[in-house]
Every structure is written in structure tokens, then in C-alpha cells.
Design a protein around this ligand. Structure first.
Ligand code: PLP
Length: 345
């Protein structure tokens, strides 16, 4: 049995999703004439109670277009040191927008309003880069799938309002946070200027992200998406998968969270595992103690058909998802419980 917990992006479209894609009504979305893309964009804008939404081929492009729409070259954005926009988008903030990042040393990828105030430059201090944008991430990826406290986000919104800063949410895994905390998308629509959400993570779609936000910003992002080569033609086939996922694959995320918590509990009981970060959603981050190297552990798991990845700095990561079945789950728990580290090393 092969078990792949490298990411929640490894899922393949289900029969039902493929059927929905096959049956999609399509047109040329570059002319805004694809009825299924239009329906998805309206649906997501409605869910968040925001003006308008735009379909993207990737979460990275959605974030990058949002950052470009919010900033001018030379500006600075404020984010946590673990932020995906800083660490995992190929330096795109510099390449595409010509902006720098003021990094905050947050807790599990989450920062406070006080830290934002300290990290931004005063508007009239013209020697420093102009602070223009605050980017948050929910759930946090490198922070181990942690979910934000709404009150803290509201405080940060206040700091943005006082200082004329834009407020963007990288919500690649926002669906997980909504389910874990039983929150409504509208709550986020009221707080942020722009929000990106992914359909190719926990929701099981092959491709697709949406940027939702205020009209003027989405209008700018529409033009920027074109510049980056993100205008797609009969993309309704992909949007159909996203609409299917919204109907069928959101509430089931609870199951991924339960499995992740069960795995964390087993890991916590292994004597060569030194630390398991608290699990709130579908990401498990843990560290090994000195007796075993990450490479040896990863290779020994691989021999047993289990793939997971390292995130650097000694962090190992497993991510549960909809193609990780209950049979796989029971099998993995047995492998972990019986794991003989002496034999492996
Ligand atoms: C995956 C991810 C993205 C976007 O990734 P793509 O692979 O470009 O879709 C953005 N932010 C976070 C936090 C992510 O985990």
C-alpha cells in the first residue's frame, strides 16, 4: 500500500468531479464568456460577501496579483517570517512587484497587531520603504496548520485602517480553518480587502484558485493576471471542478483533521520523536530527537510505502487529504506504532 502524505495537493479528481468537468458549459474566459467560470466567481464572491472574484490557475498567481494590486515598486509588505508569499513563491514579491518584506517573528506563522505596528515604517519617515500592505495566512502552512483568532485579525485590521495599509489574506487553506473553527466566510470578507483561496489543496481539484475582494482591487488584479499570462480560455472545465468541490468536499475536511490528530497522538508516543506541534487542522509538524537523522527516518518510511517531507530546520511534515483513506490511516498507525528505529538506523 502506497501512502502519500507529502501534501494535500497530491489528490486526483474523483469520478463525480470528472463527470462535473465533462458536463461543463464553457466559453472563452479571456472574453469573460465562460458561463461556468462566471458562476464560480459569483459563487465565491457571494460566499465571502465581497464585490467580485477572479479565477486563477494557482494560489501563487492569485497572491502575486493581489500583492501587485496593493503596492507600488519600492513599497514594503509586512508578514510573518514563515509566510508562503515570502518563502515559497520564488521571490515573486521582488520579481513581480518590486517590494520588500518586513518579516515578523510570529508564533506558528501568526503575528499580533503590536508586532505589525512595530514592523511597519511611519508614513512620514521617507528614508525607509513605504509600508503598504499586511499579508496574513490562514491556516498557516509552515506554522503547522494553525488557525487564527478572529479578535487578533480584527486588531490588525484596525492598524491597517489607521495607517492606510492594504490587508490581504493568503487563504490557501482557509476552508480548513472555516471547518475547524466553525466560522463563516463572510467574517473574512468583512475583515480583508483581498483573499486568495485554493481548490487544489484539501478540496481535491486538479487546478484552481480564486482571488476575491473589493471591486477596485480585483479590477487591477484582472489586468495583472493578463500580464502574467494567467488569462485562460475554456477554463470552465476547471471551474466546474471547483464548483463541485464547494458542494461536496468542504464539510468532509473534518475527517482529515480527525485523522491528523490521531497520527499526532501516535507520533507523540514514540520515544525518538522529540516534539509534535499541536494539530488543529490537517497538517502535522514534528521533530526527531538526536538518536535518528531525518534522512534515515524518511527513507525507512519510504521502504514501507509512506512518503512524507522535511520542511528544513528539523521540521518534518505530514498532511492528510481526501485520497488518504481510512484503510491507509489504519495501516499507517500500525507502521508508526511498530516502528523500530534501531532496525532503521
Ligand atoms: C499552497 C499554498 C499557496 C499557493 O500554492 P500554489 O501551489 O501556487 O497553488 C499559497 N499559500 C499557501 C499558504 C499555500 O500553502
Amino acid at each position: 500500500m502506497q501512502i502519500n502524505l507529502i501534501s494535500d495537493t497530491v489528490t486526483k479528481p474523483s469520478e463525480g468531479m470528472l463527470q462535473a468537468m465533462m458536463n461543463a458549459q464553457v466559453g472563452d474566459d479571456v472574453f469573460k464568456a465562460d458561463p461556468t467560470v462566471n458562476r464560480l466567481e459569483e459563487r465565491v464572491a457571494g460566499l465571502f460577501g465581497m464585490d467580485r472574484a477572479l479565477f486563477f490557475p494557482s494560489g501563487t498567481m492569485a497572491n502575486q496579483c493581489a500583492i501587485k494590486a496593493h503596492t507600488q515598486p519600492g513599497d514594503q509588505l509586512v508578514c510573518d517570517k514563515y509566510a508562503h508569499v515570502y518563502n515559497y513563491e520564488g521571490g515573486g514579491v521582488a520579481f513581480n512587484s518590486g517590494v520588500t518584506c518586513s518579516l515578523v517573528d510570529g508564533h506558528r506563522g501568526m503575528i499580533t497587531a503590536e508586532q505589525v505596528k512595530a514592523a511597519m515604517n511611519p508614513y512620514d519617515f521617507y528614508h525607509s520603504p513605504k509600508s503598504a500592505l499586511v499579508c496574513l495566512e490562514n491556516t498557516t502552512n509552515k506554522g503547522g496548520g494553525a488557525c487564527w483568532d478572529v479578535e487578533e485579525m480584527k486588531q490588525i485590521r484596525g492598524v491597517c485602517d489607521e495607517n492606510g495599509l492594504g490587508f490581504h489574506l493568503d487563504g490557501a487553506r482557509l476552508w480548513n480553518a472555516l471547518i475547524a473553527k466553525d466560522e463563516s466566510p463572510r467574517l473574512y470578507g468583512e475583515l480583508f480587502d483581498t483573499i486568495s483561496v485554493c481548490f487544489s489543496k484539501g478540496l481535491g481539484c486538479p487546478v484552481g484558485s480564486v482571488l476575491v475582494g473589493k471591486d477596485a482591487l480585483i479590477e487591477k488584479a484582472f489586468r495583472i493576471r493578463k500580464v502574467l499570462g494567467g488569462g485562460m480560455r475554456q477554463s470552465g472545465y476547471l471551474a466546474a471542478a471547483c464548483l463541485y468541490a464547494l458542494e461536496n468536499n468542504v464539510t468532509r475536511l473534518e475527517e482529515d483533521h480527525t485523522k491528523a490528530k490521531e497520527i499526532a497522538k501516535v507520533l507523540d508516543g514514540l520515544d525518538f520523536v522529540s516534539n509534535v506541534e499541536p494539530v488543529e487542522t490537517n497538517i502535522i509538524i514534528f521533530n526527531l530527537d538526536q538518536t535518528v537523522s531525518d534522512e534515515v527516518f524518511l527513507e525507512a518510511l519510504k521502504q514501507k510505502g509512506v512518503s512524507i517531507i522535511g520542511m528544513g530546520q528539523g521540521k518534518l511534515r505530514m498532511v492528510t487529504h481526501m485520497d488518504y483513506t481510512t484503510d491507509m490511516h489504519l495501516h499507517l498507525m500500525e507502521i508508526l506504532k511498530k516502528f523500530d528505529i534501531k532496525k532503521a538506523s
